[in-house]
Design a protein around this ligand. Structure first.
Ligand code: NAP
Ligand code: G3H
Length: 482
């Protein structure tokens, strides 16, 4: 099935139902061993322009297709994903150094996401409104409110979930009758092109899904300011997200950005459960998850007991290669590892207590845990996107909430306690998109609303919410003559 998408080591883009090359390419090296995984096209601005024009034309016919037919294509796509889990997983392991178990789970979850989206799309309904309940109006006016596609959706995805965070934009956009211009992250693009191939093989018509590869720094600004892009669905760093929001102008957008999710541990928490969740929450895929636990705020009287258990759990983590099911694998590149190391060094210099870790082998960083982190240290506030976890001791709930809310981010937070009143009080005071009670932060299940406050994003994802965002209400008013 995937034979058409590459020639030798050179991958191609999907354009109007064909696989095409560009004059220039970008080498994609594996973060695992620096081997060349493949070369992807580095598209020129004029090629980008031709692609968007094609997406615009192709959208009309797709929107006219019955939603049940669009749903059947998405169901086929989900089945093809399920059938190709092992192959796709092996590509992801090489390209983004994610462990085998997590790659398999990501692909399976994506197939389920697409199926659920196909079925949710069939529930797309409008409404009719009478006018006579508004002062001064009679019964002779009715508004027929329907949901229509926004047009051409630009989907931009990050490296860390090249299948799931791509499909979670593409599938809701497609079921709603939009066409999609899909720009995956450069590292991760080879996995993403395989996903595009699956949509194509499932029967998505020519031009309804087109892919664009090339460095965001070269073509990104052109893409997001293009006059024929009607919606931007972006997941990535806060820095790039804010830049897009500034330059894109009056285009609706969904933004999923960075996070600094806090785990708040009260004195009556079940420490065994909390410690186990925190370690998997902070360190799975080496901390390269937007929803990773990125700081622990623990009431002082229980901190020592928690730390003892955290260290025990960290010692159980396997460090090494993705294919060996290690949870701690090399970071996406050396630049990412240098940044994490900077945060570690800063914490040490400012007097944090290093409990374990601070060991590095190129881009592989061992799980690192700090106690006695203070507000002066960068690790208290910055998103490492790597395997380092700061513990901040607090005297009470108010201090925990105050520190949690002082972050520029507001993605998720979690609170561990047996007291349901405290849990709900804290949840209501935390300025984040989601609060988890007695569980680590996490996105799924993928039909739940997923959003961030402040620098963590805008708009809400989640199957029904993503469909709502990428459709608009259209009102047709019938005026009945007496
Ligand atoms: P990134 O560097 O911001 O890149 C994200 C995407 O934006 C990539 O496709 C990138 O392309 C593209 N891009 C770069 N510059 C652009 C521009 N000027 N215009 C348009 N697109 C541009 O993020 P990342 O390193 O891939 O992902 C890690 C970040 O994403 C973390 O901060 C993480 O918290 C966040 N994230 C958030 C969520 C969430 O749901 N809130 C989920 C996952 C990740 P290139 O690859 O070609 O540069
Ligand atoms: O990186 C961001 C992902 O959306 C997080 O998803 O909580 O299932 O790992 P997850």
């Amino acid at each position: 099935m995937f034979d058409n998408i590459f020639q030798g080591k050179i991958y191609k883009n999907l354009f109007n139902g064909e696989w095409v090359t560009s004059r220039n390419t970008i080498d994609i090296f594996s973060p695992v061993n620096n081997d060349l995984v493949g070369k992807i096209p580095s598209m020129s601005l004029s090629e980008v322009n031709v692609v968007i024009a094609n997406s615009k034309i192709s959208q009309k016919k797709w929107a006219d297709m019955p939603v049940s037919s669009r749903a059947s294509i998405l169901h086929k796509c989900a089945s093809l994903l399920d059938e190709n889990i092992d192959f796709l997983s092996s590509i992801m392991q090489k390209e983004i150094a994610k462990d085998r178990h997590s790659c398999n789970a990501e692909i399976k979850r994506t197939a389920d996401f697409i199926r659920f989206t196909a079925d949710a799309g069939k529930q797309l309904e409008g409404e009719t409104l009478g006018a006579d309940n508004f002062p001064g109006f009679k019964k002779n006016k009715i508004s027929f409110v329907t949901k229509v596609p926004v047009g051409v959706v630009l989907a931009i995805s990050p490296f860390n979930y090249p299948i799931n965070l791509s499909a979670s934009k593409i599938a809701p956009a497609l079921i709603s009758g939009n066409s999609v211009v899909f720009k995956p992250s450069t590292q991760g693009a080879i996995s993403a092109l395989h996903l595009a191939c699956i949509f194509h093989e499932a029967g998505v018509p020519p031009g309804v899904l087109n892919t664009i590869t090339g460095k965001g720094s070269d073509i990104g600004d052109y893409l997001v300011t293009h006059k024929d892009i009607n919606f931007i669905n972006f997941t990535g760093s806060t820095k790039v997200g804010k830049h897009i929001a500034v330059i894109a102008g009056m285009v609706p957008m969904l933004m999923e950005l960075g996070g600094k999710d806090a785990a708040i541990i009260l004195s009556d928490a079940d420490i065994d459960i909390a410690a186990c969740d925190i370690v998997s929450g902070a360190f799975s895929y080496s901390g390269q998850r937007c929803t990773a636990v990125k700081r622990v705020l623990v009431i002082d009287d229980i901190a020592d007991r928690l730390i003892e258990k955290l260290i025990k759990n960290i010692r159980l983590l396997k460090v090494g290669l993705p294919q060996d099911d290690c949870q701690i694998t090399p970071l996406i590149d050396n630049k990412a590892a240098d940044y994490v190391q900077e945060l570690i060094d800063d914490a040490i210099n400012l007097g944090a207590t290093l409990l374990c870790g601070n060991k590095r082998c190129n881009n592989l960083i061992y799980p690192t845990l700090f106690d006695n982190v203070t507000a002066k240290m960068r690790i208290a506030w910055e998103e490492p996107f790597g395997p380092v976890l700061p513990i901040i001791r607090v005297k009470d709930i108010d201090e925990a909430i105050n520190i949690a809310n002082s972050s520029q981010y507001g993605l998720q937070s979690c609170v561990y306690t047996k007291n349901i009143d405290n849990a709900f009080n804290i949840a209501s005071r935390l300025d984040v998109g989601t609060v988890q009670i007695n569980n680590k932060p996490e996105r799924g299940p993928d039909h739940f609303p997923f959003s961030g406050t402040k620098s963590s994003g805008m708009g809400t994802q989640g199957i029904k919410y993503s469909i709502d965002a990428m459709t608009r209400l259209k009102s047709t008013v019938l005026n009945i003559n007496p």
